[in-house]
Design a protein around this ligand. Structure first.
Ligand SMILES: [Zn+2]
Length: 177
């Protein structure tokens, strides 16, 4: 395993209120930043794959998403962690673009950028669309029960499910060959 791909909303930060449009609305889930630092310490690449359709709708500006990600990098830095790349789909859910999860385009782009085969990557997400995008690429996935106010359907039922990123990372590192 070389690359861990994380969803953002519901994995790193609270998804109780979406979309996250300002730095003030971005609230990390307790333990998630430390979990990312653990992945870094294990010499794994860590990257984020997130759908941000608010950009296409106009409720989220590029300036604001950049500020949110600067805050994420800054807070991670304070706990000794870092993220190697943040990849986002800026298109609408109905745009038919190839990168809106569950489409596999964003994850494929990441495998190419980091030059990592799908078998050496893992996806951790809180949405069935994360597991579906991963499956389409041949990437194994883990699920997280998030505070997102959407009922989780059964399409990702074959992914192991954890209460939060800290638990998923602990399981991932414990089971590492
Ligand atoms: Zn897209």
């Amino acid at each position: 395993m070389r690359l861990v791909i994380l969803g953002r909303d519901g994995v790193i930060n609270s998804a109780a209120q979406l979309p996250v449009c300002t730095v003030e609305q971005w609230r990390p889930i307790p333990g998630s930043l430390q979990a990312i630092a653990r992945l870094n310490q294990a010499n794994l690449l860590v990257a984020v794959a997130t759908n941000q359709p608010g950009l296409a709708r106009g409720d989220l500006s590029l300036d604001n998403i950049n500020a949110i990600h600067a805050r994420l990098h800054h807070q991670l830095n304070r706990v000794g962690g870092h993220i190697d790349g943040i990849f986002f789909c800026a298109h609408g859910a109905d745009s038919g673009c190839p990168c809106h999860k569950p489409a596999p385009g964003l994850l494929q782009q990441m495998l190419g950028r980091f030059d990592v085969p799908a078998s050496e990557a893992v996806m951790i997400g809180d949405q069935p669309s994360d597991a579906m995008a991963a499956r389409a690429c041949g990437i194994p996935s883990l699920g997280i029960r998030s505070d997102r106010p959407v009922v989780r359907n059964d399409t990702a039922a074959d992914s192991p499910l954890y209460d939060n990123l800290a638990q998923a990372v602990a399981a991932l590192l414990d089971n590492r060959p």
